[in-house]
Design a protein around this ligand. Sequence first.
Ligand SMILES: *Cc1c(COP(=O)(O)O)cnc(C)c1O
Length: 401
Amino acid sequence: MRIGRTLPPAAAPIHFRDLLSGIAGIIRGQRETERFRDELRDYFGVPHCYLVSSGQAALTLILLALKEVAPQRDEVLIPAFTCYSVPASIVASGLKVRLCDIDPQTCDFNFEQLQTLLEGKRLLGIVPTHLFGLPADVARLKKITEGRGVFLVEDAAQAMGSEWEGEKLGTLGDVGFFSLGRGKALSTVEGGVILTRCDKLGRRLDQAFARIEEYSVLQTLTLFIYALALTVLMRPWLFWLPKNLPFLRLGETVYETDFPLRKLTGLQAGLARNWRHKLKGFQKTRCARVSEWHSFFLPFSFLVRLPASTPLLRFPMILPTADSARMILASGARRGLGIAPSYPSAVHHIPELASGFVGQEFPAAAEVVRRLITIPVHGYVGRNDRKKIFSLFSQVKDGPQ
Ligand SMILES: *Cc1c(COP(=O)(O)O)cnc(C)c1O
């Protein structure tokens, strides 16, 4: 156990003034969530926007709406390497998970394999994912799925506020969502945003949204206490504390299909107040860190392909071997450097799902699980931390490729 300065792997800090806006938001209630929703609609240029309790809840609501639009279809195609919440939402919506391997160079779909998975009439949706904030090629996906009646559900959970060729991520597919969870681009403790231009889907989402529950007073109070704790404890000189409290399960990935579907509270909308300005500030810092890491790691041959100046959420790297990844993770943890593994297993190896994928292999996803690590790019990463991270990596630079 480490006591002392410890960086979180990702951070979009909540400040005390945000807490005050949060309290004002509780008082303003629905007016505050409507303000946040209208600002989002305006900024992203979409007519339909819904605010819910998590990214997972957002995806679930989207899938339930899609199911009503195309009831004869019941499969959703996702990358074999992604957040556990994605397959969990599909299962929670009563749909079937289908997998496509990834391209380890981009963390996007392996498009050759994807081509072979489009036949048949059961595919309801495909979920292109901007993992770590790396933009997925939604335009290419659009081209190859054109006329097939398949919906593109853009998982922009980690990419709020980023753009690709002048277009805002989250608005490229038929429908998209962001997460406002801890460790995402912008955080309201927990929360999710759905965006769509499609009116037909908007009508279904209106109905689905009207049916979900509100947070109770007690749940709102708990959220506030959690926000207060995050405000204090996400600072590097205190983060070792929550990190060592096992019941908080920080950094753990859980597969859970029994999660709440709720409407975002005035508290959370209040915490998000001034979000465009905050997001811009965070993005600027992340961009600067990303280009620094990028130039530092160029001589190493294990970079994923990065578009120029993308404000990633975490800087991903695929190390030469699983052993070198383990070594870096262990020494990084001892020094509190915020270097983190990604997901603990590929989707087809998640224990609750594995029986559905017997005989199917997604080797790139399985390999990336063992070799991908991420380096923090948030504003708490100081000069000294950077030096320590640099020197850590100098040790593996000359290792086996
Ligand atoms: C975080 C995340 C989600 C789910 O968002 P929550 O708010 O945690 O439910 C979905 N997809 C990806 C890629 C994520 O990183």
